[in-house]
Design a binder for this molecule. Sequence first.
Ligand code: SAH
Length: 347
Amino acid sequence: MKSIYSFSYPELEQEMLSLGQTRYRAKQIYAWLYKRDVTSFDEMTDISKAFREELKSRYDFYVPECTLRQESKDGTIKSLFRMKDGEEVESVLMHYVYGYAVCVSSQVGCNMSCAFCASGLLKKKRNLLPEEMMGQVLSYDRLLKKKNPDLRVSHVVVMGTGEPFDNYDNVLSFLRNVNSPFGLDIGARHITVSTCGIIPGILRFGKEGLQVNLAISLHAPDDVRREKLMPIDRAYPLTELIPAVIQYYKDSGGRRCTFEYVLIKDFNDSIADAKKLYDLIYPTHGFVNLIPLNPVKEKGLFRSDEKTIDAFHNYLLSKGIKSTIRKEFGSDIDAACGQLRAKHERK
Ligand code: SAH
């Protein structure tokens, strides 16, 4: 059976018309699903009993079930979700001064095999459906509301397990529901999609007419080193990626992307590397988010020390590049990419 959460707003309007109803039905149903958090059609009291029965016979309320929840001392909550077919994904809720952000997974496993990332330890099994990504956000949104009716998820980042542009249509459909005033109504500027650099996805994304933020995992200032960290660099090298980002900037009406750069001790963290990074990204108008590495001991990858991170950061700032150091959350609860699920599966 199809989940009622699988429909985008325009799709649900079409569906209602095809059932001989008016478009208004979509608005009513959406309000129940996304604003009033009901879990059955019987609760939709402004819809006639007869039509509720028809809805029941056609759709269910499937969103993945939360099977494990860990709360960190800093308030970070990491959850594991089980899907209909038994597959599991993880998500994280982070509490910032400006609100609550959910880091959403977009695939079961990931095929990108980045050397530093725990998610890639489990190969991609399948793409997630829009309702499976939405379920991750709704679960936290409802948890927050239960704690305090004034709280809600305010930011969504597609930066969990998986490569969103390897699941483009489902991710976009999910994001439209997150953003829709009839859906979760989270402002586009509060939504970020992070890609390892799939060029066709970046170019397509630039033409969507959305105000959603784009982040690009760069992690090295040249192809020789980037290839070592990220196999995708062979398909989409920097010589093609950077022009694509410039094209994205033009097509999107001047949207500036954020380059994520994980700092690895003695690998990509020297001032010479910072200069190389500056020269590389200067033409794109992009920002930089520096990420202290969660060490991967088996691969001999370690975190740069604080002084080195600060020096790298200050170099970029001195060149006028807007740059931040990523705040760390939940280091006591395996909150880094793929750690929880990987651990759970090993058991
Ligand atoms: N496939 C997408 C989204 C998932 S990875 C992408 O590549 O952008 C998102 C981010 O997780 C990466 O950019 C990286 O910044 C972060 N990440 C993964 N492993 C990490 C680790 N060991 N330490 C710190 N950050 C990590």
